[in-house]
Design a protein around this ligand. Sequence first.
Ligand SMILES: NC(=O)c1ccc[n+]([C@@H]2O[C@H](COP(=O)([O-])OP(=O)(O)OC[C@H]3O[C@@H](n4cnc5c(N)ncnc54)[C@H](OP(=O)(O)O)[C@@H]3O)[C@@H](O)[C@H]2O)c1
Length: 280
Amino acid sequence: MRVTIFGASGLLGKALMREWQGDTVAGLCSRDADICDPDRVQQAVRNTRPDWIVLAAAYTDVDGCEKNSKLAFAVNRDGAVNVAEAAKQVGAKLLFVSTDYVFDGKKTTPYDIDDPRNPQSVYGKTKAQAEIRLLELMPDCCIARTSWLFGTGGKCFPDTVLKLAASRPTLEVVNDQRGCPTYAVDLASAIVQLTRKDATGIVHATNAGDCTWFEFAREIVGSAGLSTPVGPVSTQRMARPAPRPAYSVLSPVSLNALGIKMPRWHDALHRYLDERQQAS
Ligand SMILES: NC(=O)c1ccc[n+]([C@@H]2O[C@H](COP(=O)([O-])OP(=O)(O)OC[C@H]3O[C@@H](n4cnc5c(N)ncnc54)[C@H](OP(=O)(O)O)[C@@H]3O)[C@@H](O)[C@H]2O)c1
């Protein structure tokens, strides 16, 4: 099988490039093909002749999207459409990586794949509109929604927490947003399996279990053997430009129905900490 990954230089993309074995994989970053440029995208797809395209490229700065909404829609929605059109031209299948931010966070039980989208942030709106456009263009595409991504391939929450815990006497972390931390390595493995199973439609792919950011931070600090006290605070105290869903736990039912199970986030965190230590 031939695979082309857009966003290969990102947190998830790097894990995909490392984890994907046994197929011919081409990884592209924005220098290779800006997804906002349909000609460049078509050329890249023609050159790499993929059976599957994994679209992990996005403008992922959630607060930046609020200020630069034109760019956010150009990359996350229109760029995704450009990739889907190029995929269609060569008969390639498409897996689009989406987000828990397509939901409003008002539920108190895990989000199912057919729960209505109601994004609250510009970033969430760009990804929700991309999902809708892609399903119109390519009804058989696969949309893998994930959340709270972490890994050694880029900036992420555990890395920030560890750096702050090493330099500050105490940490304060929000305790009223609940979601599912997801290790890029485990998501990459799930994505490989999804393509091998020719998955179509929407799938929720996160590590198992859920927590608040405070609970996640406390586990990160403790597991790393640090003694920095971590205290809970409210979202209101830590105001950010983009609203975050208060509850964005994604139900694993759709993934499990395909025979794919992802490990618990505690287990994933320990493997991340080992990987981070080895990398340094
Ligand atoms: N991070 C999270 O917590 C999270 C949560 C849920 C869903 N997701 C989704 O998961 C996917 C991967 O996220 P990530 O955290 O790995 O992203 P990331 O680390 O921010 O990497 C973004 C990637 O997109 C590429 N890119 C950006 N603009 C581009 C453009 N105009 N043309 C071509 N490539 C472009 C970047 O290439 P350059 O390096 O060349 O700029 C980079 O490879 C995204 O679809 C994101 O929406 C992420």
